[in-house]
Write a protein that binds this ligand. Structure first.
Ligand code: AMP
Ligand code: MG
Length: 417
């Protein structure tokens, strides 16, 4: 496993723009996971270790795109109907056999190999069968309804790049090219802790002044969806030494340590001191809201990310910063999700210089488009603001106010997580 240097997150500046923070992640970190071969059928969601070149063309041979009649275009009468004898029958998978003579048609089915010299196919709906002949209408162009070998993918072409995360669509392509196994990155092992003396695991009775740990369930699921192997490392008490010892003990077993809570500057926030005692810690004052400073560190050569405590802040900082960081360590190429335009259903003011993410539901705007509706409760601890919304409206750094009806960028949860 690759070890990180303690100063890899060092940063001398003041407020960091989100794009700058992501650029630093890309520049300072590199993949820490090795490579393994997996069967194609088990490769959904895995990250390609290498570029993939096409070993064969797609389609592999010249074939019919429809059920109908294959002809040589040169045998057709220009501008008029053509009557040709039907000289053979080719279902999909049949070897072409003897080549029918000039001036004949062949009954052919979708996916069947075109006989040598034949170049054009009439759809059966357009053809009229008369005894042993077929009558074909005028007006078709050469090559119609036939698929050339390599018209989808030429042999040798690069179809997917190293770092690409495989989807079911990609599996169709790779299987079509005959690949039964792919080289992928090993899953990033992510250890997830919650911190706080007030937290209780769901399933246990709740005492006075206690609340259930909401973040761990969410973070374990987010890590799994990001293609990682999540490790549930439980709840840590608010105490420097306990946190230090737990992080140091876990560091050897995982590739990334993630905590939530305990990273503010209050005297009961012990994660900062614990990470400093176990390794190195840097606060990045990233200009996003929600999302207080994000704590980044290294414990025993393993990366550490300290997220805030409030669930909405956890989700936003995970999506905006931890997710690209995970991608980098896991060898995955990360692309900034594209916001799509919707009308704002609300007016809003914000400070210049930071990017804000507003939790919103979507509704029809009455003019054929969509309108973003701000969740009525904005607090970062309001968990229903995550379940009652469809995603985030992204307000850029230089925006200071929007009016109801303005076009804003919307990021659906599905594009972020
Ligand atoms: P902290 O940063 O530790 O002060 O936490 C900020 C707020 O988030 C406090 O109200 C905590 O009780 C709450 N919080 C921290 N961790 C969790 C968690 N795992 N689940 C639910 N709430 C949490
Ligand atoms: Mg706390």
């Amino acid at each position: 496993m690759a070890q990180l240097s303690n100063d890899c997150f060092a940063f001398g500046g003041a407020l960091m723009r989100l794009d700058e923070a992501r650029a630093l992640v890309a520049a300072r970190l590199s993949p820490v996971v090795g490579v393994e071969n997996v069967p194609l059928f088990a490769a959904d969601g895995r990250v390609l270790a290498d570029d993939i070149g096409a070993p064969i063309p797609l389609p592999p041979f010249f074939n019919s795109a429809v059920d109908g009649y294959a002809v040589r275009f040169a045998d057709l009468t220009p501008g008029a109907e053509t009557r040709l004898p039907v000289a053979g029958r080719l279902p999909a998978g049949a070897a072409a056999g003897a080549v029918p003579g000039a001036g004949s048609a062949v009954r052919i089915f979708t996916g069947a190999a075109m006989p040598e010299g034949f170049d054009t196919v009439f759809m059966q709906e357009d053809a009229v069968r008369e005894e042993g002949d077929v009558v074909l209408p005028a007006g078709l162009s050469r090559g119609a309804n036939a698929r050339r070998a390599g018209e989808d993918v030429e042999a040798g072409a690069r179809v997917l790049g190293a770092g690409h995360r495989l989807s079911p669509r990609d599996l169709a392509l790779l299987a079509g090219l005959g690949l039964s196994e792919v080289a992928v990155r090993r899953r990033l092992r992510v250890g997830i802790f919650s911190t706080g003396d007030e937290l209780v695991a769901p399933g246990s009775p709740l005492g006075p002044a206690q609340l259930y740990d909401a973040n761990r369930a969410m973070l374990l699921a987010l890590a799994a969806r990001a293609g990682c192997e999540p490790r549930d490392l439980g709840i840590l008490p608010d105490g420097r030494d306990a946190v230090r010892d737990a992080l140091a003990a876990a560091a050897g077993d995982v590739d990334l340590l993630v905590t939530s809570g305990g990273v503010s500057t209050g005297e009961e926030d012990h994660v900062k001191a614990a990470v400093e005692a176990a390794g190195a810690l840097t606060f990045w004052r990233v200009g996003i809201k929600p999302g207080r400073p994000v704590a980044l560190g290294v414990v025993g050569g393993t990366a550490f990310v300290g997220l805030p405590g409030n669930p909405a802040a956890v989700l936003v900082t995970f999506a905006m910063l931890a997710r690209p960081l995970i991608a980098r360590l896991a060898g995955e190429t990360w692309r900034r999700p594209l916001a799509f335009p919707v009308r704002s259903g609300f007016a809003y003011r914000k400070k210049a210089g930071r990017r804000e993410y507003v939790r919103c539901a979507l509704a029809p705007d009455g003019a054929g488009g969509l309108m973003a509706l701000k969740h009525p409760r904005e607090g970062a601890g309001v968990v229903t603001s995550l379940t009652e919304t469809a995603g985030l409206v992204e307000l850029p750094e230089d925006t200071t106010a929007i009016a109801a009806g303005d076009v804003v960028g919307f990021l659906p949860w599905s594009s972020l997580l």
